[in-house]
Design a protein around this ligand. Structure first.
Ligand code: SF4
Length: 316
């Protein structure tokens, strides 16, 4: 047998086993846009953090296999306490979520009495428990505008997203000094170098990017700054044939499906989230077959953390 045929055969058997397992165990697979394409292709739902939270909350499955990183599986467990939530690899962490602990947030709150804490959903359950309202990049502007009239605000943990929202709204906020190691590579210099090289291109920028708040990026008419879902929709909608993509490379899989005629150019092809790539077809099947790597948030912590997620989901 030729060595090149083995992987295809393996994946055929894995796909058959997965079909049988998900049916027999009443399981659904939720995946993030940054997951490997082979994994996105077998998921029941692929989306960004906001969409995934909503799907977890309304799921009627017995088991959720979360093809993303640890904080996402925790969020699913908080929202679906009656379900078993499995993560294909427990090593799939997040540099942004790991940038602040519950203890650190509690101390920061104490230093700012009376402030209202908004946390990006990319945080641990411990941090959510000390948070007043969560947000994602899809709804951060709405959440900040909703609470600003009555409160002084603190925002954690992403300083890049926080700075961007502060500039867009003019609302002052104290910012925690955290960042995603992938999006932090998208500096103004990296983005503008590619914009000069492709002057006709539409430029889609995720607000976690380090350069998103700089005037020469933010005020350029070619630039569209949005959540991952917003970037995908704009790729399909915009008139430009060339698109510069300023986010993690996994998003290209969905963009190619919705905008097959466009030329998609990553501004930094090496900027990949290694944590998001832990889930493979094989690890997904193994995880469901053996029902291993369960992520379970204890009921008392889940109840405290859930308040901040529910407030977000009520807003949008
Ligand atoms: S891309 Fe960044 S924010 Fe997203 S999971 Fe990876 S480390 Fe976390």
């Amino acid at each position: 047998m030729s060595s090149t045929k083995a992987p295809a055969q393996d994946s055929k058997y894995l796909l058959e086993e997965l079909t049988e397992l998900r049916h027999r165990k009443r399981a659904i697979l939720l995946g993030h846009y940054y997951a490997n394409p082979e994994v996105q292709d077998v998921c029941d739902y692929v989306g960004d953090s906001l969409g995934l939270s909503r799907e977890a909350a309304k799921s009627e499955a017995d088991i959720i296999v979360f093809c993303g990183v640890h904080f996402m599986a925790e969020t699913a467990s908080i929202l679906a306490q009656d379900k078993r939530v499995l993560l294909p690899s427990l090593e799939a962490m997040c540099s942004l979520a790991n940038g602040i602990t519950g203890e650190q947030l509690a101390a920061w709150r104490e230093a700012h009495p009376g402030y209202f804490v908004i946390s990006y959903v990319n945080t641990t359950a411990d941090v959510k428990a000390y948070t007043d309202c969560c947000c994602t990049s899809s709804n951060a502007l709405q959440v900040v505008k909703r609470y600003a009239p009555d409160h002084r605000l603190m925002f954690a943990p992403d300083r890049n997203l926080g700075r961007y929202i502060r500039l867009q709204t003019g609302i002052p906020m104290e910012l925690w000094d955290g960042a995603c190691h992938v999006h932090n590579e998208f500096t103004t210099a990296v983005i503008t170098a590619q914009m000069r090289k492709y002057p006709e291109a539409r430029v889609l920028v995720h607000p976690e990017s380090a350069g998103a708040s700089e005037d020469e990026i933010r005020n350029d008419p070619r630039v569209f700054i949005s959540s991952t879902t917003g970037m995908i929709n704009e790729a399909a909608r915009c008139a430009e044939r060339q698109i510069l993509v300023v986010t993690e490379e996994g998003v290209l899989h969905k963009m190619r499906q919705v905008a097959p005629e466009k030329e998609l150019i990553l501004v930094a092809p090496t900027a990949q989230c290694e944590h998001m790539k832990h889930a493979t077809l094989q690890s997904v099947v193994e995880c469901l077959r053996d029902e291993k790597n369960e992520v379970r948030v204890a009921p008392s912590l889940a109840a405290r953390a859930r308040v901040s997620i529910d407030r977000m989901l009520e807003i949008g």
